[in-house]
Design a protein around this ligand. Structure first.
Ligand SMILES: [Mg+2]
Length: 93
C-alpha cells in the first residue's frame, strides 16, 4: 500500500480516536517523522510512514533515535493493519 494512503488512513483513525495525526515537517532539519500524533491528556508520539515493504532511510532512523532519546515514541508504519495497534499503544500509555 502506498505511503500516502496509509498516512491518510492514520489521520482519519486518529481523529476517530479523539486525537490528531498532524503532518510534521521541520525546515532545515530533514528526516523527521511524517506525522505528529497528539491525544488527550498531553500524549504525543511520532509516526514515520513508508510504502509497504520499504524501510526508513538511515537519516530517518537517526532522527527516530534522537526523538526516542528524548522519551518520545516513534512508530514506523508500512501497513494499514498496524495503525490500530499504534493508536492503542499511545492511548493506553
Ligand atoms: Mg515517510
Amino acid at each position: 500500500m502506498d505511503e500516502k494512503l496509509i498516512e491518510r488512513k492514520l489521520a482519519r483513525l486518529a481523529r476517530q480516536s479523539g486525537g490528531l495525526a498532524l503532518k510534521f515537517t521541520s525546515p532545515g532539519f530533514a528526516g523527521v517523522p511524517d506525522r505528529l500524533l497528539l491525544f488527550p491528556g498531553g500524549k504525543a508520539a511520532f509516526a514515520e510512514i513508508k510504502t509497504t515493504g520499504k524501510k526508513p532511510r538511515p537519516l530517518q532512523m537517526s532522527r527516530k533515535k534522537l526523538l526516542e532519546d528524548l522519551g518520545f515514541k516513534v512508530f514506523i508504519i508500512d501497513h494499514q493493519e498496524q495503525i490500530g495497534g499504534v493508536l492503542d499503544e499511545i492511548l493506553t500509555t
